[in-house]
Design a protein around this ligand. Structure first.
Ligand SMILES: NC(=O)c1ccc[n+]([C@@H]2O[C@H](COP(=O)([O-])OP(=O)(O)OC[C@H]3O[C@@H](n4cnc5c(N)ncnc54)[C@H](OP(=O)(O)O)[C@@H]3O)[C@@H](O)[C@H]2O)c1
Length: 249
């Protein structure tokens, strides 16, 4: 049985269905670009257990993770997470695909992978079995030969020279109608998005675990100043909290 998710704030509502969750998270005006980021963390701030996020997220986190994918135009992921978490093609379950069609969206979101080194296999099912041609975002200093190979199986966006130019990347995605961007990490990419002040919303699952040790946090890198957040929602599934924050304006 699917994990029960209740809303605690701003509305009190018990046992939300996937459709109710999706409806509450779907943004009405898709012409306004929106960058939503989703992470799971232990109570003491670890973003991994045994090197991966999977050991932290329970059933509720998985449910929520899947619902978030329904809502976006593009799922943006750093190459480290794609490699580490063993991502496959961005193909949604049939129910989610049908929900998207009913909502007037394409059946599947675009999968966009950010990589500097382009250590990505063009023969991987990520590309060969993709229901929609994926996007690879890189910089002009990435290896030209790898860029050419990936351009056979994906749309390659070059944004920045030695470092990723987040605003250039988002502009190109928006120009292609991909305004609702959903980032699934990892911490390096999140750090770059925060440094560029590009993050509109953070979905954070707080898993009822303590990890100690030196596991990663959800964001890495340097920030010129802290980013303030406003609370947007509190969902709960037993001892797991699913928090929503938006950028403080
Ligand atoms: N708790 C969670 O919810 C969660 C979510 C996601 C990931 N994780 C965990 O995070 C760990 C991976 O961390 P990570 O920091 O390596 O993840 P990441 O940000 O996904 O990957 C870093 C890699 O992505 C590319 N990349 C990211 N930002 C870039 C930028 N600004 N410019 C150019 N390339 C960029 C680079 O790829 P190249 O090396 O190809 O140049 C870089 O080496 C894994 O253990 C994963 O399980 C946890």
């Amino acid at each position: 049985m699917a994990a029960q998710i209740d809303s605690l704030w701003p509305a009190v509502d018990a046992d939300l269905s996937d459709d109710a969750l999706a409806a509450s998270l779907l943004r009405g005006d898709r012409t306004e670009p929106w960058l939503r980021v989703n992470f799971v963390s232990s109570v003491d701030g670890a973003a991994t257990h045994g090197g991966l996020s999977g050991g932290l997220g329970g059933d509720a986190d998985k449910r929520f993770f899947d619902v978030l994918r329904r809502l976006c135009d593009v799922v943006l992921v750093g190459a480290g997470t794609v490699r580490g978490e063993g991502y496959g093609p961005m193909r949604l379950e049939e129910a989610a695909a049908q929900w998207r069609i009913a909502a007037g969206l394409p059946q599947h979101p675009v999968f966009a992978i950010v990589s500097g080194r382009l250590d990505l296999d063009a023969a991987s099912p990520i590309f060969t079995d993709a229901p929609v041609r994926p996007v690879v975002v890189t910089t002009s200093e990435s290896p030209a030969e790898k860029r050419r190979a990936l351009a056979e199986v994906a749309d390659v966006i070059v944004a920045g020279d030695d470092a990723l130019d987040v605003s250039a990347m988002l502009s190109v995605l928006h120009e292609h109608g991909l305004t609702q961007v959903h980032c699934e990490g990892g911490p390096s990419l999140f750090g770059s998005l925060l440094a560029a002040d590009a993050v509109d919303e953070l979905c954070l699952t707080v898993s009822p675990q303590l990890e100690a040790g030196d596991a990663r946090r959800i964001a890495s890198g340097e920030l010129p100043e802290s980013r303030g957040l406003e609370l947007a929602r509190v969902l709960r599934s037993e001892a797991t909290l699913l928090l929503g924050y938006t950028r403080r304006r």
